[in-house]
Design a protein around this ligand. Structure first.
Ligand code: IVH
Length: 496
């Protein structure tokens, strides 16, 4: 292969890989297998290694690069990043609409209604189509330069997907972690003895603030865009046309954004969004209503803090107050001890909640949760309910603090805290709780998916020591079958 051929192949591989990244991360409809993708990627890596002068900072192989930073540089926003006024009350939305129409001297005004994504706001600057800077909001006037971190998000184009990019295009939106990725991510952290994040927003914010891009690349960050900052060489006429541009450029936009002709339709759209809230794969904490036309926005202007052309309608916080009946200490399959508050059952966000995680003993101590306390609990979307705070004024004078355990509640062995870990662990591999949790995990849907071994069967098999390690499942002998069959409810079939 000569230089010219290498150059052509490199260009076509980059384009191909960018297209597959977009299909995978933005459209969620991949066309090729992971293995086929890896082959393309490796071919590009090999060619770039063989022809270093053909390297480029916006090659898909260069998402993760550079040294860890000491700190983030603060840089000014070309156009300040404002916040939004918000309300929990539909009547205030009508008042917003009256103000808008009065000030524009019109009785008809079209809005857009969009989901309000619960993440961290970001401004991406593309110059001649290339991603040159990513800033957090910071104080609105200047933000932290998190470019190296943002480049690792594979759902984001390093180059805008257009043959004729504008000289300057700043896309503004939200960085977040999806609900499911959040649960899996927290689970992994727990297994590694690291503290769990309280909610997806904190996890996204914490990830974006890591100083080593290599670590950020392992966090399941995503982004969606709904606004713009400085734009040159392109006119944006409305929110609706902005969404079209963003989409065309390969920048992901939130699902379910609609244009409506008046405030009544806007209220109906907000209701529909609220009904669909749990279908979203990411947390939304409300709806944002915006005047669609840019010309009208210019006439409306802003207050010191927020534009007059938009307002956020926030869903009421899903919180409830209940009583801590007791605090149990659970032992996970890797031996991590987790305090769990058993609660007087209470209705929250459409389901009955009778327990809430206290995450770890450091958290428990920080919030100072005691048995008998009245506590406020919160459920954010599909996330496991958590104790937000204690209503300490109602506490009995003699309620003792809950002590961190010194011994494992299951096997009685000493508990340890490994260096640099927050978690307390039982280190006994024969601990019955760990055996049970290991077997449960082994049979679970995300592992071997053994349908006939559910909660009750795991309990029975471990309790009576038919099984001590998952391997024992495959060694169960006929004489054990006979014993198993003696248990009520277990017929020949299920034993087999
Ligand atoms: S528009 C001038 N649209 O909510 C401000 N913001 O509470 C333009 N947010 O700072 C913001 N979803 O970080 C807008 N569809 C959406 C949004 C959204 C989430 C965030 C954004 C903003 C904050 C205000």
């Amino acid at each position: 292969m000569n230089r010219e051929q290498a150059e052509q192949r490199i260009a076509s591989l980059r384009q191909e890989i960018e297209r597959h990244d977009h299909l995978y991360y933005v459209e969620a409809s991949p066309e090729i297998s992971d293995a086929a993708y890896d082959r393309l990627y490796r071919e590009l890596q090999d060619l770039e290694a063989a022809w270093p002068e053909l390297g480029s900072a916006d090659s898909p192989t260069q998402r993760v690069g550079g040294q860890p930073l000491d700190q983030f540089e603060s840089r000014p926003h070309a156009i300040p990043m404002q916040s939004l006024d918000n309300t929990y009350n539909p009547n205030e939305l009508k008042a917003f609409d009256r103000r808008v129409r009065q000030s524009l001297q019109t009785d008809r005004i079209a809005y857009t209604v969009e989901p309000k994504i619960d993440g961290v706001s970001i401004s991406l600057r593309y110059q001649n189509g290339r991603l040159t800077q990513a800033l957090t909001r910071g104080n609105g006037i200047e933000g932290d330069d998190v470019t190296a971190n943002v480049r690792t998000i594979r759902g984001l184009p390093l180059r805008l997907r257009t043959p004729r990019p504008p000289p300057v295009f700043e896309a503004r939106g939200e960085i977040f972690i999806g609900k499911r990725s959040f649960l899996e991510f927290n689970q992994r952290r727990e297994e590694q003895g690291e503290p769990r994040f309280a909610n997806p927003r904190n996890a996204a914010a914490g990830s974006l603030k890591l100083l080593a891009p290599r670590l950020v690349a392992q966090r399941p960050l995503q982004a969606l865009f709904y606004g713009c900052g400085e734009v040159a060489g392109l006119t944006v006429e409305s929110q609706t046309s902005l969404f079209e541009r963003l989409r065309e450029f390969g920048l992901p936009i939130p699902e379910g954004a609609v244009r409506v002709e008046n405030i009544e339709e806007a209220l109906a759209a907000i209701d529909r969004l609220a009904e669909r809230r749990s279908d979203y794969t990411y947390e939304i904490d409300g709806a944002v209503i915006k005047v669609d036309a840019w010309s009208a926005r210019q006439r409306l202007g802003s207050t010191a803090k927020a534009p007059r052309w938009a307002i956020a309608y926030k869903y009421a916080a899903q919180r409830a107050v209940t009583r801590v009946e007791t605090i149990n200490v659970q032992v996970g399959r890797t031996g991590v001890l987790t305090p769990v508050a058993e609660l007087s059952p209470t209705l929250l966000a459409g389901s009955t909640v009778s327990r809430a995680t206290l995450h770890n003993f450091q958290e428990l101590k920080r919030k100072d949760v005691r048995v008998g306390d009245r506590v406020e609990i919160e459920k954010a979307g599909d996330v496991i309910p958590a104790v937000v705070r204690v209503l300490a004024e109602t506490r009995a004078d003699d309620a003792p603090p809950f002590p961190a355990p010194t011994h494992c509640p299951s096997c009685g062995g000493e508990v340890h805290r490994l260096q640099e870990e927050v978690a307390l662990r039982c280190l006994n591999p024969s601990c019955p709780a760990q055996i049970k949790e290991r077997l449960r995990h082994f049979c679970s849907r995300s592992a071997m998916d053994i349908e006939s071994i559910g909660e009750a069967m795991v309990e029975l098999l471990t309790e009576h020591q038919f099984v001590v390690s998952p391997a024992d499942l495959y060694w169960l002998k006929e004489k054990e079958w006979a014993r198993l069959r003696e248990f009520p409810g277990l017929g020949e079939k299920s034993v087999e």
